[in-house]
Design a protein around this ligand. Structure first.
Ligand code: COA
Length: 332
C-alpha cells in the first residue's frame, strides 16, 4: 500500500561473527576473573573473537554479502556504502572502500563513520536521510569491529566485555508506511576521556614508549561510561519516539546497544516498559561495538520477535561520548 510518503526502509539484513568462541571460563584462565563475576556484573557468557588472519573488512564483507542476498540485489545496485567502525583495517583507505572493492560495487560511494559503538545507528540515520531526500537510492550500512585487536588482554576491566562481529543493512526507498520515522543523534565531547585509545593518531604517534605504556590499547573508565549511558539513553529513546509522533507504549521492541545487561535493565526501569520489549543477546556476543545493534536486530527478526508492521527503536551509545536512536516501522 502506498502512502505517498518517501522514507528509507531496511530491505535486507546480514551478520557475521567469527567462529572462535571465548567463554568466561576461558577468560578466567587468562586473567583474575570468574564466570560468576562477569555474568552478574555484565550478563555476558561468551564472545566471538576474530582469528589471527581475520580483519574488520573480512567480517564486514560477509555480513554485506548476506544483507545484499537478503535484499535480493547486487553490489552494483548500491549508491553508497557506509562502514561504521572504530577498528578499521588501517587509517586509510577507509574500510568502506576496501569492502566496496571486494564486493565489486564499482563506482559506489564509500566512507567510514566513527562514532564508536553508536556508529551503525549514526550511519543508518545518515543514509536514511540521503534516501529520503532523493540523493541516493540504495545504501549499505555496516557496523563491523575487531575490538579484540585494541584490547589489553591482561586488563580484566575491559577484556571480559568485548567481542568481534559485523552486521549490515541494505536501505532503500519505501512508500508503504514502513521505514525510518525519526532519528536522534547526540554527543558529549567533554566526556571523551572515559573511553579512548590514546596512541596511534597525530597527537601521539605510535612509539615504543606508547606501546610500553599500553597507550595503543583501549582505556575505559567503566563506571563513568555506565553512568553516562543510564543518564542519557532513556531520554534519547523518548526523544526518537516523540519525533516519530508515537507514544512509548506504542513501541513493540527496543533494540539497545549490548554493552551491559545492567544498563539495559536500568533503561527498562526508567522507561517503565516490560523487559520483554528489549532485545538482549549480550550473553552470546559481549559488546561488539558498532556491530551490536545490527546483530541484535537480525536475531530478533530471525526469532520472529520483530515482524512487519512493528514499531521499533534502535538505540546506541559509545565512546565520544556519542549516542543515537532511530525509530522505524519494520517493513520486511
Ligand atoms: N573480574 C573480577 N573482578 C573485576 C573485574 C573482572 N573482570 N573487573 C573489575 N573487577 C573488580 C574491580 O577491580 C573492583 O575490585 P575492588 O572493589 O577490589 O577495587 C570490583 O571488581 C568492582 O569494580 P567496578 O569497576 O566497581 O565494577 P562495576 O560494577 O562498575 O562493573 C563494569 C564494571 C565495567 C562491568 C561496568 O562498570 C560497566 O559495564 N560499565 C560500562 C561499560 C561499557 O558499557 N562500555 C562500553 C561502552 S560502549
Amino acid at each position: 500500500m502506498s502512502t505517498g510518503v518517501l522514507r528509507a526502509g531496511i530491505q535486507g539484513l546480514g551478520v557475521y561473527v567469527p567462529t572462535r568462541v571465548l567463554t568466561n571460563d576461558d577468560l578466567a584462565k587468562m586473567v583474575d576473573t570468574s564466570d560468576e563475576w562477569i555474568t552478574t556484573r555484565t550478563g555476558i557468557k561468551r564472545r566471538h573473537i576474530a582469528g589471527p588472519d581475520e580483519v574488520t573488512s573480512d567480517l564486514a564483507l560477509i555480513a554485506a554479502r548476506r544483507a545484499l542476498d537478503d535484499a535480493g540485489i547486487g553490489p552494483r545496485d548500491l549508491d553508497l556504502i557506509i562502514v561504521g567502525t572504530a577498528t578499521p583495517d588501517m587509517f586509510f583507505p577507509a574500510t568502506a572502500c576496501l569492502v566496496q572493492d571486494r564486493l565489486g560495487a564499482k563506482q559506489v560511494g564509500a566512507f567510514d563513520l566513527l562514532a564508536a559503538c553508536s556508529s551503525f545507528v549514526y550511519g543508518l540515520i545518515t543514509a536514511g536521510q540521503l534516501i529520503a531526500a532523493g540523493a541516493v537510492q540504495r545504501a549499505l550500512v555496516i557496523g563491523a569491529e575487531t575490538l579484540s585487536r585494541l584490547i589489553d588482554w591482561e586488563d580484566r576491566r575491559t577484556s571480559v566485555l568485548i567481542g568481534d562481529g559485523a552486521g549490515a543493512a541494505v536501505l532503500g526507498p519505501v512508500t508503504d508506511g514502513t521505514g525510518i520515522y525519526s532519528g536522534a543523534v547526540g554527543a558529549d565531547g567533554s566526556a571523551g576521556d572515559v573511553l579512548k585509545v590514546q596512541a596511534g593518531g597525530s597527537r601521539m604517534p605510535i612509539s615504543s614508549e606508547a606501546i610500553e605504556r599500553k597507550l595503543h590499547r583501549a582505556y575505559m573508565d567503566g563506571q563513568a561510561v555506565f553512568k553516562l549511558a543510564v543518564r542519557t539513553i532513556p531520554g534519547l529513546i523518548k526523544e526518537a519516539v516523540a519525533r516519530a509522533g508515537w507514544t512509548l507504549d506504542q513501541v513493540d521492541r527496543i533494540v539497545p546497544h549490548q554493552a551491559n545487561l545492567r544498563i539495559i535493565e536500568s533503561m527498562v526501569a526508567q522507561l517503565h516498559l516490560p523487559m520483554e520489549k528489549f532485545v538482549v543477546n549480550i550473553q552470546e556476543y559481549g559488546n561488539t561495538s558498532a556491530a551490536s545493534v545490527p546483530l541484535a536486530l537480525y536475531e530478533a527478526v530471525q526469532a520472529g520477535q520483530i515482524r512487519r508492521g512493528d514499531r521499533i527503536v534502535l538505540a546506541a551509545f559509545g565512546g565520544g561520548f556519542t549516542y543515537a536512536a532511530c525509530a522505524m516501522i519494520w517493513g520486511k
